[in-house]
Design a protein. Structure first.
Length: 553
């Protein structure tokens, strides 16, 4: 049975900062007045100002240490994570609109480098990191495993950029766990993979510049004196370096976790610069120890790595790679999660464009919202990852494949969408916006594949999409049923905050004489908060002014 851990915040902004820096990364530090063991289940009962009721987050102790413990949160369990994310976004939207309105000013800010931590006096939790040059231990104090002890490799090959890219993408796709051994001119490295992503690198001999303390000092996150103190404490206590940083108060637990994630990516980039050597992968059902940092998302790491590489290459060299593709047609793979690519907003939009239609290479630049150089870097990176390819001509089979991929992806997205999302309209929408969204999306999926005979499974997906669209429209076309849908997915304070924002927006639009938009915003505010008399009065006043042609000077 999970142990209940009450966590109360008196300061809203301390909670928001902890959510942004720790909870979102599945990490938290809890007070432990009673002893806990690694692997113990805990249930955090969170309360904070403006947060309605108590929100529960489930997790497991991964780093017990005296009066505190580091916890790995499971953000896929229960309704708590979704409640906190909705609350965080609502507050963020509110603050953003307040600042944009020009009526509010920021009167203070965090001191440089200051990050709020958990409530009470939580100041310590075990974090794992390689030690200084004289300490080659990894997480949990484990040293670099000897080659002879690893057994028979399931995969092996010569070290190369393409070979390592394919290896990491394959292991990511398989969600493999195990040990990756690299022998190159840089020495011997051992990487630990959990569920397809790297969580730790060890080297033999130790490479000083890759040690956590040295990396943080070089990045000006620690002073040389703080590094020296941590090394002395390691020598005196035998503790790991991340543990010492927290004990000494130099870093918080989430900061150490984030530093470990950055360290893994830095070392991975160094591995990719090796020009000669071999790799071997030894699968393991369970790694020899646990790690506080989440696995590195290999597709996201590789996407960023190749974008950076192409940005630094001479234009003539890049052109040699894509020149033969200029008149070929794009074909996007469906076997990758866009979230794992860590895309920017404009990059995600480009992927969506390419998934909806095939373009010749030279045409893509005209439909991308990014500049030419950024678009080219993204395209070349996607090519290197095998996510994008180009073919001589788009035949019927390729068109059907693209449509099948598009519809299958849409069905998958719809499974987690509420009715407003299904019609691709904002949740504050009223009848006109709902009607417009419905007509637009229905026409899109009624017309898709017109003139072609779709495979049975693809046609079934199309019909499922249309059925979901009709179901959503039936639930949203009347105000009464829209209200019920909103109540299921959005908290009362979100209704109140968004209504107030739309009222303020209407007031600003009055100055511009945009009466249709003014009336629309007031109507939406009233539908969210029908008992607020001010909104009704303002709407009637706006209608009168609109009918009279606006303010009369």
């Amino acid at each position: 049975m999970a142990r209940d851990v009450p966590i109360h915040y008196d300061d809203l902004f301390a909670f928001l900062e902890d959510y942004r820096t720790a909870i979102r990364s599945s990490q938290y530090t809890i007070p432990t007045p009673e002893p806990v063991q690694r692997g113990d289940d805990v249930a955090l009962r969170l309360t904070a100002p403006l947060l309605e009721g108590t929100v529960t987050l489930n997790g497991r102790v991964i780093a017990p240490m005296g009066e505190h413990a580091g916890v790995q949160l499971d953000l896929s369990e229960g309704d708590g994570p979704a409640q906190l994310e909705a609350f965080y976004r609502m507050v963020g939207t509110l603050v953003e609109h307040m600042l944009r309105s020009g009526r509010f000013q920021v009167t203070g800010q965090w001191a440089e480098g200051a990050v709020p931590m958990v409530p009470a006096t939580a100041a310590a939790a075990v974090a794992t990191a390689p030690g200084p040059p004289r300490d080659s231990r990894g997480a949990g104090g484990m040293g670099v495993p000897d080659s002879a002890s690893l057994g028979e490799a399931a995969r092996s090959g010569e070290l190369s950029l393409d070979g390592m890219t394919a290896l990491l993408m394959d292991l990511y796709g398989e969600k493999a766990s195990g040990i990756l051994e690299i022998n190159s001119e840089q020495g011997r490295r051992v990487g630990f993979l959990h569920k397809g992503g790297l969580v730790q690198w060890l080297s033999d001999p130790v490479i000083e510049d890759e040690c956590l303390g040295v990396l943080l000092t070089n990045a000006n996150k620690l002073s040389p004196d703080q590094l020296r103190q941590s090394l002395e404490m390691m020598s005196d206590t035998g503790n790991l370096q991340g543990e010492c940083f927290i004990e000494l108060g130099f870093l918080t637990f989430p900061q150490v976790v984030m530093s470990l994630m950055t360290q893994v990516e830095i070392i991975s980039r160094n591995v990719f610069t090796a020009t000669e050597g071999t790799y071997r992968f030894y699968p393991r059902e369970k790694l020899p120890t646990s790690y506080p940092n989440p696995p590195m998302k290999s597709p996201g790491f590789l996407f960023a790595f190749f974008k950076r590489a192409y940005a630094s290459m001479p234009a003539s060299e890049v052109e040699l790679e894509y020149k033969s593709l200029l008149d070929q047609y794009s074909l996007l793979s469906s076997g990758i999660s866009l979230d794992d690519l860590r895309l920017k907003k404009e990059e995600r939009a480009l992927i969506e464009i390419l998934s909806a239609k095939s373009y010749r290479f030279r045409e893509i630049f005209s439909v991308s919202s990014m500049g030419r150089s950024q678009t080219l870097q993204a395209l070349m990176a996607l090519l290197r990852l095998g996510i994008l390819e180009f073919v001589e001509q788009e035949d019927t089979e390729q068109i059907l494949s693209r449509i099948s991929t598009q519809l299958a992806r849409k069905v998958m997205y719809q499974q987690n969408q509420h009715e407003f999302d299904l019609l691709e309209v904002h949740w504050t929408s009223c009848t006109p916006q709902v009607e417009e969204g419905y007509q637009k999306i229905r026409a899109e999926y009624e017309g898709i594949g017109r003139g072609l005979t779709l495979p049975a499974e693809t046609e079934a997906h199309r019909q499922e999409i249309l059925s979901n669209i009709e179901r959503a429209y039936a639930a949203l076309k009347e105000p009464r049923s829209r209200k019920q849908v909103r109540a299921q997915h959005y908290e009362p304070q979100q209704h109140e905050a968004n209504a107030e924002l739309m009222s303020k927006k209407a007031e600003m639009l009055i100055v511009r004489g945009a009466w249709a938009d003014v009336i629309d915003n007031y109507e939406r505010a009233i539908e969210l908060m029908p008992k607020v008399g001010k909104y009704h009065r303002d709407l009637e006043k706006a209608r009168g002014l609109a009918a009279a042609g606006g303010y009369q000077g």
